[in-house]
Design a protein around this ligand. Structure first.
Ligand code: ZN
Length: 142
């Protein structure tokens, strides 16, 4: 287990840009604002998306392509450092026309309209590195 304490830093609200790719846009905002740790949420809608399901046996992400407009019914994530750069890890519940949902690791999505909230957390660097057991880039204890 890894437990770290932080102080609350800046809070950001941003209206994301129609037609842009959501993970890239969030990443460029947090890097521009130099947010090295934090928590985030997004509400809005995407024109299309790709989510990932991580196979815990093969340690490979299976991509699930969603080629229709969806609501970002719930979307949350966090910010930490990977390879020296601020990195966002985002999960989402996406809902379609009849209320069916897809959920998982949000790999990419084209923004229809989206509102981002970021809470910066200030403290020692929180660094992701490859975990031998899970194959994932997880927070280290230093
Ligand atoms: Zn994930």
């Amino acid at each position: 287990m890894v437990i770290r304490e932080f102080e609350n830093g800046r809070s950001l609200l941003a209206r994301l840009e129609h037609g842009e790719e959501i993970i890239g846009q969030i990443t460029s905002i947090i890097r521009e604002k130099d947010i090295r740790a934090g928590q985030l949420s997004v509400i809005g809608a995407l024109e299309q998306a790709e989510i990932g399901y991580y196979d815990q046996v093969s340690h490979i992400y299976q991509g699930i392509q969603i080629n229709e407009p969806v609501e970002l019914a719930s979307c949350s994530g966090n910010i930490s450092l990977l390879k020296g750069q601020p990195y966002v890890h985002v999960h989402a519940v996406l809902s379609g026309r009849k209320g069916m949902v897809w959920a998982g690791h949000l790999t990419s999505g084209r923004i229809f309209a989206a509102e981002l909230y970021v809470l910066e957390l200030v403290g020692a660097d929180l660094i992701r590195s490859e975990d031998n057991v899970t194959g994932l880039n997880l927070w280290g204890d230093e």
